[in-house]
Design a protein around this ligand. Structure first.
Ligand SMILES: *Cc1c(COP(=O)(O)O)cnc(C)c1O
Length: 477
């Protein structure tokens, strides 16, 4: 392509001033500040210039592209980009229930209601209503956490990584922490247990091997510098085959013989025995506490189904010293989170209700029949879109739990599969992702897959609209 031709095409792009002189722009200027509109026009024209520079075949560019009517929607879109939040709700059609990249656990309506209630006005966040004096922000959830878990004492901080940091810093700064090599895990988002430990000021004493660690390995590592025995729940993978790990119970026994506290980073934090509901075994918080472990830490927004939080449970004497660590202030939980967490925990008082209503747990429990009905409702709305070029079918598949919980659990699910011989499913995936709201699907070979498990019933109309729009975009090409 000759550069002169490209220059000629580029010259057809109107100037910012030309655009701003159009009477239609006055409407936009009435609604938005001038600086926003000017910036939007600049960006819109800049984007058009880049598109032309990237285009191989300039002969397909029509003069209409440069008409004001065709350019106007671009400016509107740029204004939206500047004035609307970048953090947005999306429709999760991946089937991954606890999707770390998509905000993990969606919250229960009562948790949302309570966040609004507590934050739109003043609250007793740090005020004791009985005594009429300064109170403690952590007190609100301590009792319910102890009641549900069986622990003597509880503390909630910003997130679980923060909880681990805080515990290690309090209990083992400048001293040694014994941990199995099989548990030096990376959780994702570059959270590596050894890195956090280093920052806590504790020294790592690794024992055993990747696949096998025995009680005697821990025992041999214990010396005058040992401050803590640490177990990390390898939540996002399993070592299979020739393996051996020391149970929490055995470790607690060893710790008490040597007067050394034992801590477990449980990760997901499950309060319900999921095997009753036909799911794989995930160690529960109550089981861990029953072993007599000194401290455990869990996430608020994994299986628990609440907001992002790090929950520390355990013996009162240790929790008391953790509470007075200045780092606690640095990692403290805010009132919105606290409100959502307390409401979520209250649902656990009735276990059956928790399973039925807490979104993460409810999604795990969805059976094939319910999922199929959801799929049918979606397909029905899309019926007139099914043609020779686009095939849509409901079929069986498997969804994942995600969020580093139940890594081996296979959840039989129903997916809407979209295929086409004449259109690219990668473009469809991209159009869905760029829609409003964005729809996150996955591609497997030449098939676009929308998993019904993580789509909410009330999202079906939006999902159908989004699919229709994305399909019309690829067909229009
Ligand atoms: C997820 C996880 C963490 C990190 O928890 P966040 O709440 O994401 O900070 C730490 N340890 C384990 C074992 C985990 O599974």
């Amino acid at each position: 392509m000759s550069p002169t031709l490209r220059q000629q095409v580029l010259r057809k792009i109107p100037s910012v001033d030309e655009i701003l002189s159009k009477s239609e722009m006055l409407d936009l200027l009435r609604i938005h500040p001038r600086a926003v509109v000017v910036q939007a026009v600049r960006k819109g024209l800049e984007r058009l210039r880049r598109e032309i520079l990237n285009q191989e075949d300039l002969s397909s560019i029509e003069a209409a592209l440069f008409s004001f009517e065709n350019l106007l929607p671009r400016f509107q879109k740029e204004i939206d980009l500047q004035t609307q939040p970048k953090l947005r709700r999306v429709i999760n059609a991946t089937g991954i229930v606890i999707h770390t990249n998509l905000g993990r656990a969606p919250l229960h309506p009562l948790a949302l209601k309570q966040m609004v209630e507590v934050s739109k006005a003043y609250s007793n966040l740090e005020y004791d209503l009985d005594k009429g004096e300064r109170g403690d922000r952590y007190s609100h959830v301590e009792e319910i956490l102890c009641r549900l878990s069986g622990a003597e004492s509880a503390l909630v901080v910003n997130n679980n990584a923060g909880a681990v940091l805080l515990c290690l810093n309090t209990l083992a700064e400048g001293r040694e922490v014994v941990i199995s090599r099989g548990e030096l895990v990376e959780i994702g988002g570059a959270f590596r247990v050894p890195d956090v430990m280093k920052r806590s000021g504790a020294f790592l004493k690794e024992v055993g091997t990747t696949n096998r660690t025995h009680l005697k390995d821990y025992e041999r590592a214990i010396g005058p510098e040992t401050a803590l025995l640490l177990k990390v729940h390898t939540s996002n993978f399993r070592v299979m085959g020739f393996t051996s790990e020391v149970s929490l119970g055995e470790l607690v026994q060893l710790g008490s013989q040597h007067h050394i506290p034992v801590m477990e980073d449980l990760g997901s934090g499950c309060l319900i025995d999921l095997t009753q509901y036909g799911l794989e075994r995930e160690p529960t918080v109550q089981e861990a506490i029953k072993t007599g472990v000194d401290v455990i830490t869990i996430s608020g927004d994994k299986l628990l189904g609440g907001p992002q939080a790090g929950i520390i449970l355990g013996k009162k004497s240790l929790l008391d010293s953790i509470k007075t660590n200045p780092l606690t202030r640095a990692l403290r939980i805010d009132k919105l989170t606290l409100a959502a967490l307390e409401s979520t925990l209250l649902l656990y008082v009735d276990e059956k209700r928790a399973m039925e209503e807490i979104p993460t747990l409810r999604m795990l429990g969805l059976d094939r029949k319910k999922l199929k009905n959801r799929g049918r409702r979606l397909l029905k709305r899309l019926q007139d879109r099914v043609d020779k070029e686009i095939q849509m079918t409901l079929r069986d598949d498997v969804s994942q739990v995600g969020g580093g919980a139940l890594p081996l659990q296979e959840l039989p699910t129903i997916v809407l599969s979209i295929r086409s011989l004449s259109h690219s499913m990668n473009s469809l995936e991209e159009n869905l992702r760029r829609g409003t709201p964005p729809i996150i699907a996955r591609i497997s070979r030449d098939e676009l897959i929308l998993d019904m498990r993580t789509v909410f019933d009330d999202e079906i109309p939006l999902l159908a609209e989004g699919i229709e729009k994305a399909l019309s975009q690829i067909k229009g090409k």
